[in-house]
Design a protein around this ligand. Structure first.
Ligand SMILES: Nc1ncnc2c1ncn2[C@@H]1O[C@H](COP(=O)(O)OP(=O)(O)OP(=O)(O)O)[C@@H](O)[C@H]1O
Length: 205
């Protein structure tokens, strides 16, 4: 399985952010996106996850294969940790949440309402959700934000296991990860237009 991005241009609020970007990510491979704040990493990841259409260009190999974890954890705050994972497992046609609970050290938090978790605990739950999707391509936006050192290690172990199983990971991060990864600095593909004047394509900011 190879994820291919060809001559891709992406926009936020109708304003081009990146233009003409091409790269591949193979099975068992991780790609780290780098670039300064506002360079377009989130926009690129959202486009690859199918949350917004590209301006132009092509993404192949992502169809029905992507699990996305972003800044907003998208957790159901009135469901427990166990119920959240069970819900997401069912959405993706899976049933066993135990590996996800164990991998992110959520055993003792299983019956807690997600809304009552700390920021780092919420992030662990959001990342555990990746494991119950059964999807091979993980697209991750700053996955280690709010995680303590132990939790970062749990995350790195989960990624290493995912890669060893033939999965792929594309992630934006400002840290140096503890697993092997290619690095792509997207700065050279930044669009020049800076005329956004308050434009946005978000329904809720
Ligand atoms: N909802 C939005 N509507 C309009 N413009 C946006 C929106 N979100 C981000 N932008 C703008 O789009 C550009 C790319 O933002 P993006 O979030 O993709 O960058 P990033 O590389 O992920 O940044 P960071 O490292 O700060 O997370 C920036 O100029 C940003 O201000």
């Amino acid at each position: 399985m190879v994820l291919k991005v060809r001559d891709l241009s992406v926009a936020r609020g109708g304003v081009p952010v990146l233009t003409g970007l091409s790269f591949d990510v193979g099975a068992g491979c991780a790609l780290i996106l780098r670039g300064p704040n506002g360079a377009g990493k989130t926009t690129l990841l959202r486009t690859m996850a199918g949350l917004q259409p590209p301006l132009s260009g092509e993404i192949t190999g992502a169809e029905d294969k992507v699990a996305y974890a972003a800044h907003s954890d998208g957790l159901k705050s009135m469901l427990t940790v166990r119920e959240n994972l069970t819900f997401w497992a069912a959405v993706f046609g899976q049933s066993d949440i135990t590996p996800a609970v164990t991998a992110f050290n959520l055993v003792e938090l299983q019956e807690r309402l997600a809304g009552t978790l700390s920021a780092g605990q919420k992030r662990r739950l959001g990342l555990a959700r990746l494991l119950v999707t059964g999807r091979p391509v993980w697209i991750l936006d700053e996955p280690t934000v709010s995680l303590d050192q132990d939790a970062v290690r749990l995350f790195e172990d989960a990624v290493a296991a995912h890669l060893a199983g033939g999965g792929s990971v594309i992630m934006a991060t400002h840290i140096v990860p503890g697993f092997e990864a290619e690095v792509l600095d997207i700065s050279p593909w930044r669009a020049t237009a800076e005329t956004r004047a308050g434009a946005s394509d978000e329904a809720f900011l």
